[in-house]
Structures are given as structure tokens and as C-alpha cells.
Design a protein around this ligand. Sequence first.
Ligand SMILES: C[S@@+](CC[C@H](N)C(=O)[O-])C[C@H]1O[C@@H](n2cnc3c(N)ncnc32)[C@H](O)[C@@H]1O
Length: 263
Amino acid sequence: MLLEAIFFSITPCPPTARRLGFLKENISIISRYGRCKNKWLNHLSESKRNIEKAIDKSEGNRRVIVFGAGLGYDLPLKKLLFHFNEVVLVDLVHSLPLRWMALRNPSLKLIVHDVTESLDNIITGNLSVRSPTRFLDDDQTDLVISLNILSQLPILPSVFLEEHLQIKQDDIQKMARTIIECHLDYLSNFSGTVCLITDIEREIFDSSGKLIKRFSALSDVSFPWESQTWIWEIAPLGEESLDYSVRHRVAGIPSLEDAIISK
Ligand SMILES: C[S@@+](CC[C@H](N)C(=O)[O-])C[C@H]1O[C@@H](n2cnc3c(N)ncnc32)[C@H](O)[C@@H]1O
């Protein structure tokens, strides 16, 4: 708790992201990771394995951009730094260990940026979602990785809209879908290799281990690619509640261009 409070007070974060709860979320992942490390191991290894496949598919070694780098638990950072001339980590919050690494390593760049390019609207209650454009005109990027961020993009903005601005659920749901669709569309506009790793489904189990609910992690936006999937035991029994546990089904696609679209 004390460590969380210290991190919370000294980790830099833009005011909008802080108000929306991104800093709190980032810090709470540190503690959650400490408690759930063993249960998360498979997910973190599979995410890294998919990124390694993406590195092999990438045609150049100039720049890689990672959206949703977060704390970097699911990132083979040393391999990326070894392979690419420049590694750009994009997130609203960069943890202190990553900031320290970036200070000592000139090839590692940390960019604080809202990947939806819409949070400034959303925080005022304006639900119009922009189509992101940043980095699209950069012809030095050989690999783009969307790393366990797609399903997360609308979550904190949705909670904020409901709790602070009392926006109707239907409108929030519509905005959430648009954010997810715009991110997928954004990824499709990059010219280099694009690797997508995201949870696609959530499952809730009761305390006896019986499945009680399964639903789309992507607000029912269609996910048309055939892909390898695995389970992320994100909240084992006792983590969020003694009454239920939560699992995510995660899909890994090393290259969207090569992925087969399911019929
Ligand atoms: C589930 S975490 C990804 C896991 C992460 N790679 C790790 O190991 O911590 C999702 C990340 O997406 C970031 N994120 C969510 N919405 C964002 C946005 N609009 N712009 C930039 N980053 C965002 C969060 O700050 C968080 O670090």
C-alpha cells in the first residue's frame, strides 16, 4: 500500500489520464502482478512469443512502435532493443523502471500519447471518437504492436462517463464500439508489419469453478481473424472477489497482413 502511494505520487501522468484513472490502474497492476505472477505466466509468455514471431516477420529493423506498453510485463524488450534501431513505447503512463531504462538507453523512446486521440473530447462528455492518425506518416516504422490494449481502450472512459457524467449506457456502448473499430482501422493503415495481441472474450466462473457468464471483450465488434488463442487467468478466485474468478481468452496475431480471415 505504501509503495503504491509512493509510485502514485511520483509517476508522471497527464491530468486528463489521471482524472480518468489511468495512473491508478497502472499502479494497481504492479500489485496485482505481484499476487498473480504464476497465474499470469502463460499469458505473458504467449504474448512475448507472438511478438518474437512478429519480429521475424518484420521486413526491416529501423523502428518498432508498441501501443499499450504499460509496465512491459508482456514485452520482450531486450529482443526488441537488440533487433531494432529504435523502440518506441506509447502509453498514457510509463512506469518508473521503464523511464529509468530509457534514460540509460538512447534507442528506447517513451511517448506519452492517447492512442484513441479522443480522451480530451470524452472527458467533457462529448462522445465523438476521432480516427487516430499519429505515426501513420512515419515511413521508418517496420513493426507496430498493439499489445493488450484494444479491449482496454474504452473501459476507463466508460466508467468515467457513467459515474461522473451520468451518460446513458446505450451511448457509452456505442462509443466503446467506435473506439475499438477505430483502433482496428488505424492498425490497418500502417504500411509495416502489424502485430495484434488482445483479449477477445471474458469468462466469469463461480466459486465452485462453474462458468456463469461468457461475453465479448470487444463490445461485440467482430474479430474476423483466425488466430492462436490462450487463457489469461486475470483474476483468480479471491483476487477481485471470493465469489467469482475471471479469465480472458486472448488472441495473438504476429502479422495482420498474413492472418487468415475466418468465413
Ligand atoms: C492491460 S495494459 C497492457 C499490458 C501492458 N503491456 C503491461 O504489461 O502492463 C493496457 C495499457 O493500455 C494503456 N492505455 C489504455 N488506454 C490508452 C490510451 N487511450 N492511450 C494510450 N494508452 C492507453 C494503459 O495505460 C495500460 O498501460
